[in-house]
Write a protein that binds this ligand. Structure first.
Ligand code: SF4
Length: 362
């Protein structure tokens, strides 16, 4: 019989924990489940759960949003993107247009979409009007975008791609010499696509206990228990606590289409900098649909501000797990979901927004 959340909590409470244990949960979806279910309060006080870099909107480099705003404002086209991207602020001074939402208010044709298929539909409805799709996301989001490209898209549709792989950010943290966690909960959705093996390096190379988790309390608590047991026993391995969904090797079809359509490239992460082999780029055969090659505004833009966050914003340290969201100096003051200063307060997967919605305002 499957264990309930209460069963897992009892098992965790029975474990002897000699000292404080810091567990990083990489994924924004995990952070949302943890906060909504109140798992932090239910766990023994010695266990600290730290949100990590798994919010694609939060790490989308400022210059990509800026380029999308320029395209929307300066070209005759439709700019489509996932809804979370509309309110991401950029750091332009002396301008009223600091987000795609503000560009829309200023008259630009900016639309929120829920899927790549919706963008294809928009492009088909107006074949004479260019449509640019700003696609920001991790492997789980970029795989359907790759499938859209592989199936063939209308000639008027271009992609402004801002796709990232999840594991390189964790690798960077582990190699930084300032590892701020003792164990890792790896993202279930990413592992579903790419395979759990991608996370082997955390335990094999760094000796950090790791478990892949799903998104309900039972799976998350099973993963927390798994890493705590590894810590107690002095070992480190990769446990799969989402076995019904995460299979060895991931989803071969999704991986193949990603390989067919995308190259892996060095990429900028907002607040973090450039990480080697951490981004997706359209392969050369798709150049006619690559907004970075099609539009002069994008081609000629030399603005490179990957590390830059808005003034006073601590999103970079939140994303890296160096501080809690409520330790940002402006959390809940100038920065709330109604008046977001940084990207972590914009996205449904941003730790600041999740903590605010969960009532953690201390
Ligand atoms: Fe950034 Fe706002 Fe979070 Fe501070 S509270 S880290 S400014 S999103």
């Amino acid at each position: 019989m499957a264990l309930t959340a209460s069963d897992w909590l009892q098992r965790i409470r029975r474990l002897y924990l000699p000292q404080k244990v810091r567990i990083m949960n990489v994924c924004g979806g995990h952070e949302r489940s943890i906060t909504q279910a109140g798992l932090r309060a239910a766990l023994p006080p010695a266990i600290e759960l730290i949100p990590g870099p798994g919010c694609p909107v939060c790490v989308c480099p400022e210059e990509d949003v800026h380029l999308a705003i320029r395209l929307a404002m300066e070209e005759e086209l439709t700019l489509a993107t996932f809804g979370d991207m509309l309110r991401v602020p950029v750091n332009v001074r002396k301008s009223d247009v600091r987000s795609l939402e503000q560009a829309r208010a200023a008259g630009a044709d900016v639309v929120a979409v829920a899927s790549p298929q919706e963008v294809v539909g928009i492009a088909r409805q107006a074949p004479d009007r260019p449509v640019v799709f700003l696609a920001a996301g991790f492997e789980t989001t970029i795989a359907p975008v790759a499938a859209m490209m592989a199936q063939g898209v209308p000639q008027n549709l271009s992609l402004l791609l801002s796709g990232r792989l999840t594991w390189p950010a964790v690798s960077m943290l582990l190699n930084s010499g300032e590892v701020g966690f003792d164990a890792l909960i790896a993202p279930g959705h990413v592992a579903t696509v790419m395979g759990p093996e991608e996370w082997d390096f955390v335990s094999a190379d760094h000796g950090i206990p790791t478990a892949v988790a799903g998104f309900d309390s039972e799976s998350l608590l099973a993963a927390i228990y798994a890493v705590l047991r590894q810590l107690r026993d002095g070992g480190a391995c990769l446990d799969n606590c989402y076995p019904g969904v995460v299979q060895p090797g991931g989803n071969p079809m999704a991986r193949r289409v990603l390989e067919d359509v995308m190259d892996i490239t060095d990429a900028a992460w907002r607040g973090i900098g450039t990480l080697p082999a951490s981004g997706f780029a359209l392969r050369a055969e798709y150049a006619a649909h690559d907004a970075r090659k099609v539009f002069p505004v994008v081609r000629d833009d030399t603005r490179r501000r990957a590390g830059e966050m808005p003034a006073g914003c601590d999103c970079a340290r939140v994303v890296l797990g160096q501080i809690r969201p409520d330790q940002c100096r402006i959390f809940g003051g100038p920065c709330t979901p109604r008046t977001p200063v940084g990207p972590c307060m914009v996205s449904d997967e941003g730790a600041c927004r999740i903590w605010w919605a969960g009532g953690r305002r201390s």
